[in-house]
Design a protein around this ligand. Structure first.
Ligand code: 6A9
Length: 766
């Protein structure tokens, strides 16, 4: 009975929020400055409020071609757009985005105008023009919508039977508001333009079904018939008849949608006016909007140069635009999510819902991973903290407020139905044994100096629990060692069981997971965490000695040597139960008599029994004592590390450092037949950023390897910048990772998470 009681208590703690007062002060999310924003990164263009049950607005479009009519809404790689993304975005008041969609160029712009008590006004401008040959004057539909998410009311105001001219409404936090869909004009914004209008009023079980609601309402019975012009049939929203199979769910969202159909080129503006703004000088549209946009562009460019000095450093205008786009896409990729993760621990039989929470965060990729990832976020904030430290502080506070009573923060934040709609079921549940690198400490290290004391005070109790959580749950077999929990369970099925928690997924570790493992990267992360905790405690007048003690032990170069230096391999390494002689082979399958044999699987064969030893896998993990600057500048290991880094047989490529040595037996090897190499060769920008930063550090320290560090710093920095710029110019995107043999972007796109750290490399901000 006692055991069962213990079990129940532990299960309860899994879903009990951390008891400290929230790191984010009450009401902060609803503060007017950042209440409205482009916080829907998974759609091409839209805005919402930072509210648990937000009002959302968005754009869909469709090129009305005879052969195919495709509705665009959520960012999908399958749409095959040649490029899209923010050219400029200041993270708060303004953004400009270009979307290139098969012969169509859409420019989407927004401007916010502060005022009143509920986030002020904003305006949109969408300009559409043909691009390339053979697309002149083709017919396009723009769909502007507004939808509620569980609260609020909307009233349509319809003119001439089919034109939704405006929507008025209220929500809890917005009070009264009015959204106006202005009449379209020619591209330059003056001459009115002929258009057909349709509108839709519908309900949806949630925001995740909005595309389906609109698609299911489309009919091509409509005819575009300009006076004296050619007639053309087109698709438009018709009557909404409900979504199949959703009747019993009840509507959570009310949708009002304005469709305008017209010939290219054209321009349409939308204004949002808050009821609490008094004495508005006039609508923020037409010439007034043009003027404010121009002011924002000029201010953005000034601030960008003041922050990153790329002009002063001699980058060309095209390179500067590239860097502006990289930063802008990280800012424009910020989202606000609200809901519950689905979690599980050793003490729960079934996955259970985590407490409800909100997350304001950047995302790795708008198309593929439009949600928060814990260790990605620490890297994101290295860039954002330079642009807007207050914004970064808010993001970090949001993340820490997702901590449970144990000190755990779920690694991947899949909070609402919109997020869940993008994730295969097997990846949804988050396990509370699982960590992820505590990179928020990287960002905090940078923010610490200028952060207001009350902010640090609110963070500290949570950080303390977080830090203790790593020390207790991820402890290694010996004092001052660490071990990632949650490696793949079924080692027979993988060439090398993965360690998703480390963030380096399939990077080779001990072939046979066991409690004897010591993981070098985690140990180095904890050295960093200890140092930042120590600094923070000192600033707050809290006892710092326990953190300083850990910091000393974890950065003691002698102890590091004893635990992780593999002399015969000539590198720092993990330690564990390991066999280097493993391979994947086709399973021999015997068919039952008279039956077709099942398809053979690849299974692992171990040709030499594993034994406790250092793990030979030269690559990013081996570099960690250097990456996190734990090696002393006069360390006798430093020249060995630098040699491996500079060797083309090992890690050096013209495009940056590859993740795993070319000489490593698992270099570019698949893990299973369905699982291609990921962190086994390609160039990843987050680790390259740390490498450039470390080289910069060692270039500035007296020591026998200083000159070499200076040289390597210049080369690696130049290689990274040149390749990312080249790939962006050629493909239109920043990518998740880059091929170590050709430099080509690969994996998902656009990926303006940590790949955008190239801006800091250009700026030499470390
Ligand atoms: C899969 C597929 C529509 C993998 O950038 C986020 C993470 C990193 O934290 C990690 O270090 N990425 C890296 O190894 C992407 C992980 C995506 C997992 C979800 C679902 C969705 O298909």
């Amino acid at each position: 009975a006692l055991a069962r009681w213990g079990q129940a208590r532990a299960a309860a703690r899994l879903v009990t929020p951390h008891p400290a007062p929230p790191a984010l002060p009450p009401g902060a999310a609803a503060s007017p400055r950042r209440f409205w924003g482009s916080y829907r990164p998974h759609i091409y263009f839209g805005m919402k409020t930072r509210s648990p049950r937000a009002l959302v607005t968005g754009l869909m479009w469709m090129q009305q071609r005879e052969a195919e009519a495709r509705l665009r809404h959520t960012c999908e790689q399958g749409d095959g757009l040649s490029r899209y993304g923010w050219l400029q975005h200041d993270g708060e008041n303004f953004g400009v985005q270009d979307i290139h969609d098969h012969g169509l160029l859409l420019r989407t712009e927004f401007v916010k105008r502060p005022g009143g008590e509920h986030g002020g006004d904003w305006s949109w401008r969408v300009t559409a023009r043909p691009e390339g040959a053979g697309t002149q004057a083709s017919l396009i539909s723009l769909f502007f919508y507004v939808a509620t998410d569980g609260q609020g009311t909307l009233q349509p105001h319809v003119e001439d039977k089919t034109r939704l001219a405006s929507v008025t409404g209220t929500t809890e936090e917005l009070g009264h508001f009015k959204i106006s869909f202005l009449k379209p004009t020619a591209e330059s914004g003056t001459a009115p333009k002929y258009a057909s209008y349709n509108y839709l009023q519908a309900v949806s079980p949630g925001l995740h079904r909005l595309t389906d609601v609109v698609k299911s309402s489309l009919s091509n019975r409509f005819v575009f018939a300009p006076p004296g012009g050619a007639r053309q049939r087109f698709f438009a929203v018709d009557t909404f008849r409900g979504l199949p199979g959703t009747a019993e769910q009840g509507p959570r969202s009310h949708l009002l949608l304005h469709q305008v159909t017209l010939r290219l080129p054209c321009r349409v503006e939308v204004t949002f006016e808050s009821g609490s703004v008094a004495g508005r000088p006039g609508p923020l549209a037409g010439p007034a909007l043009t003027e404010e946009l121009a002011e924002h562009v000029a201010a953005f460019e000034r601030r960008f140069e003041e922050t990153f000095s790329l002009g002063r450093k001699g980058f060309t205008p095209a390179q500067q635009r590239f860097a502006q786009a990289a930063l802008s896409n990280m800012l424009g990729g910020m989202g606000y999510f609200h809901g519950r993760s689905i979690v599980q621990s050793a003490h729960t039989e079934q996955p259970v819902p985590y407490p409800e929470g909100s997350l304001f965060t950047a995302v790795p990729s708008r198309s593929f991973f439009p949600r928060g990832f814990l260790w990605d976020e620490g890297f994101h904030q290295l860039l954002l903290a330079r642009w807007d430290p207050a914004l970064s502080r808010e993001v970090i506070a949001h993340w820490l407020d997702l901590m449970n009573a144990e000190g755990w923060i779920p690694r991947e934040q899949i909070l609402d139905d919109e997020a869940r709609a993008k994730v295969p079921p097997e990846f949804i549940v988050q396990h509370s044994e699982n960590a992820n690198p505590p990179t928020l400490f990287l960002a905090l290290q940078q923010l610490l100096g200028a952060a207001p004391l009350p902010y640090l005070q609110r963070l500290f109790p949570r950080l303390r629990t977080w830090y203790d959580w790593y020390n207790t749950t991820q402890a290694g077999p010996l004092p001052y060692t660490f071990r990632w929990r949650g490696r793949d369970r079924d080692p027979e099925l993988f060439l090398n069981p993965k360690t998703l928690t480390s963030g380096l997924d399939d990077y080779p570790r001990a072939s046979h997971p066991s409690a004897d493992e010591r993981h070098l990267d985690l140990r180095c992360w904890m050295a960093l965490a200890s140092a930042v905790m120590g600094d923070m405690a000192e600033r707050l007048g809290e006892p710092a000695e326990p953190y300083r003690h850990m910091q000393r032990e974890l950065s003691d170069n002698g102890l590091l040597d004893r635990l992780h230096w593999a002399e015969h391999l000539g590198m720092f390494a993990d330690y564990g139960n390991h066999s280097q002689a493993v391979g994947l082979e086709r399973e021999k399958v015997r068919a039952a008599p008279g039956q077709v044999p099942p398809a053979p699987r690849l299974v692992r064969v171990v040709r030499k029994a594993p034994e406790l030893q250092f793990v030979g896998a030269l690559g990013y993990v081996s570099l960690f004592p250097f990456l996190l600057q734990l090696l002393r500048p006069d360390s006798p290991r430093l020249p060995r590390v630098l040699a491996a880094l500079r060797s083309e047989q090992h890690l050096w490529t013209p495009y940056g450092l590859r993740s795993l040595s070319r000489a490593s037996p698992l270099y570019m090897r698949r893990n299973t037949e369905h699982d291609p190499p990921y962190w086994r060769g390609p160039v990843w920008v987050n680790i390259n950023y740390l490498a450039v930063r470390a080289l910069h550090h060692y270039s500035g320290r007296e020591g026998p390897h200083r000159e070499q560090a200076v040289q390597l710093y210049r080369e690696l920095r130049a290689n990274l910048i040149a390749n990312l710029y080249r790939q962006y110019a050629a493909s239109g995107y920043l990518w998740e990772q880059y091929s170590d043999s050709t430099g080509k972007g690969q994996g998902c796109y656009p990926f303006t998470g940590w790949s955008a750290l190239v801006v800091l490399v250009m700026a030499e901000e470390y």
